[in-house]
Design a protein. Structure first.
Length: 83
């Protein structure tokens, strides 16, 4: 199964690790460090031109998505429940 993250980006549901609201980046020192490490490895991708609303963590990459974390979580849950 696949999950649409916004724009033209689709990931395999099996690759998904976590979905966070973008606000976690401001409120958590640990998440800032995690994203900074991924940026150094060039493992971060911003989807589309819109302001990011969520952070999607996969096994190999971090995506900044213009779709809200609640919407993405619903999509992921749908695939988990029906997959």
């Amino acid at each position: 199964m696949y999950i649409h993250l916004g724009g033209e980006k689709i990931i395999r549901a099996a690759e998904l690790v976590a979905i966070f609201d973008i606000s976690i980046e401001q409120s958590s020192k640990l998440s800032k460090q995690f994203v900074a490490g991924a940026r150094k490895r060039k493992d971060v991708e911003t989807i589309g031109e819109e302001e990011p609303k969520s952070i999607v963590v996969t096994k190999n990459k971090i995506y900044y998505s213009p779709i809200s974390s609640s919407t993405l979580k619903k999509r992921a849950h749908h695939f988990a429940a029906n997959g």
